[in-house]
Design a protein around this ligand. Structure first.
Ligand code: ZN
Length: 82
């Protein structure tokens, strides 16, 4: 009977360790998936100087239904003047 109990505890410990490892792998995979979803930041090219800028932070100018993005006010002013 004691032998059976010891075996049961051993199995329980192994199972717990196993599930902890599996959880760790799942968490790691989830972290990678979340990271992959965020990482492809779509960059747009500044038509004046050619610098790639993120539309979320760049200055924009809508011209004839097309939105252009600029790295600075100078570039936007140059584009407007052109
Ligand atoms: Zn620029």
């Amino acid at each position: 009977m004691i032998k059976f109990l010891l075996l049961a505890i051993l199995v329980l410990l192994i199972a717990r360790t196993f599930w902890r490892v599996v959880d760790g792998i799942m968490d790691g995979a989830g972290e990678r998936r979340r990271g992959a979803r965020q990482s492809p930041v779509k960059l747009v090219r500044d038509p004046v100087c050619g610098t790639f800028v993120a539309p979320t932070t760049a200055l924009s100018l809508t011209d004839g239904g097309t939105t252009h993005y600029f790295c600075s006010q100078e570039c936007r002013a140059k584009y407007r003047a052109a």
